[in-house]
Design a protein around this ligand. Structure first.
Ligand code: NAP
Length: 331
């Protein structure tokens, strides 16, 4: 007897282009997990800037068309493949990647990219964990090799990666400075681990950072940079001896004077989350697990959209300033 295939609502991209290429379909087949895969009933999915770059077709990584975007899913396990032993139907989970795409009612994921979601966090918060928190861990621990007692400037602290970086850095004994582009954003950054906060829209804010008590003793040790094409030249002047700028976000070229790195022997280091090995993902997951257990890891949700407004979310994540935490789709 023929079985009827289950269908679901999902965003599909049939051609690369602007936000309008995100099409909501209700005839997408619900995938079936094989081997080490799990099927997750999606309750929320994070929206990340990288998903807009991929959608535009201008990014180094291009999925085969048509595809469903989204990697940062939180939800409940619906079914598991034959080789899965760590999860069962009904488990609350979040993930750091998907096989079939997260802007959908159901998402397939490999079991080694799936993690238990504690009851203390809701699904919206679970959807804020994936790319932002794993990137913050990679930037701070792998790229910057931060040590307790050092200072860190999170340059662009009010969004997904920024707030995650502030929470993690504060919990690990760093002196944390942050920036935001609005008064509300500044308050949020202070509430989430920063000792001091500055407004990156103010003309003289770099002078204010230079004057800050936090860096008077010779500069800031680490800068986690969300918009290097705007800030890299200033960053190099804010660093301490042996300081490091960690380039997390960059949307174009910038002119710098390499001489600015010489006297203080400073470094510029790029980050690519998806260059992390499986072992590194597990290491970062361990740090995040500890944060969830101890209670210092508390994702902040900003703008929320239903699945049918995915195109608006893509427009806003790039063009709407005054971030107030993580942008998510709620299903
Ligand atoms: P997001 O949630 O949209 O946040 C963007 C942040 O940038 C906000 O805090 C925003 O502040 C801030 N910003 C705006 N203008 C700024 C300026 N002139 N100087 C400094 N910061 C400024 O994005 P996200 O998810 O945190 O990602 C941030 C960047 O990192 C994006 O470019 C993303 O593509 C990149 N990223 C890279 C990796 C990687 O592996 N390398 C991984 C994840 C993300 P206001 O809105 O308050 O002005």
């Amino acid at each position: 007897m023929a079985t009827t295939q289950k269908l679901m609502r999902a965003i599909r991209v049939f051609e690369f282009g602007g936000p309008e290429v995100l099409k909501l379909r209700s005839d997408v087949a619900v995938p079936v997990p094989q081997g080490h895969q799990v099927l997750i009933k999606v309750h929320a999915c994070g929206v990340n800037p990288v998903e807009t770059y991929i959608r535009s077709g201008a990014y180094s990584r291009k999925p085969v068309l048509p595809y469903t975007p989204g990697t940062d899913v939180a939800g409940v396990i619906e079914s598991v493949g034959d080789s899965v032993s760590a999860f069962k139907k009904g488990d609350r989970v979040f993930c750091s990647n998907t096989v079939s795409g997260g802007y959908a009612e159901f998402a397939l994921a490999a079991d080694d990219t799936v993690y238990p979601l504690p009851e203390t966090l809701d699904f919206r918060q679970g959807a804020a964990l994936g790319i932002p928190y794993f990137t913050a861990c990679r930037a701070l621990f792998h790229s910057a090799r931060v040590r307790a007692g050092e200072s860190v400037l999170v340059h662009g602290a009010s969004g997904g990666v920024g707030l995650a970086s502030c929470q993690i850095a504060r919990a690990h004994g760093l002196k944390v400075l942050g920036t935001a582009g609005s008064e509300e954003g500044k308050k949020l950054v202070l509430q989430n681990g920063a000792h001091e906060v500055f407004n990156h829209k103010e003309v003289n804010y770099i002078d204010k950072i230079e004057e800050s008590a936090g860096i008077k003793q010779g500069g800031v040790d680490v800068i986690i940079e969300m918009l290097a094409n705007k800030n890299l030249s200033h960053d190099l002047k804010l660093l301490s001896r042996g300081g490091r700028v960690i380039v997390v976000g960059c949307r174009g070229p910038i002119e710098i004077n390499p001489r600015d790195t010489m006297a203080k022997e400073t470094s510029i280091i790029g980050v690519s989350l998806f260059s992390s090995t499986k072992e590194e993902f597990q290491q970062f997951a361990g740090i995040l697990q500890a944060g969830m257990e101890k209670g210092w890891l508390k994702p902040v949700i900003g703008y929320e959209y239903p699945l049918e407004k995915a195109a608006q979310a893509h427009e806003d994540i790039i063009h709407r300033s005054g971030k107030m935490g993580k942008m998510i789709l709620v299903l």
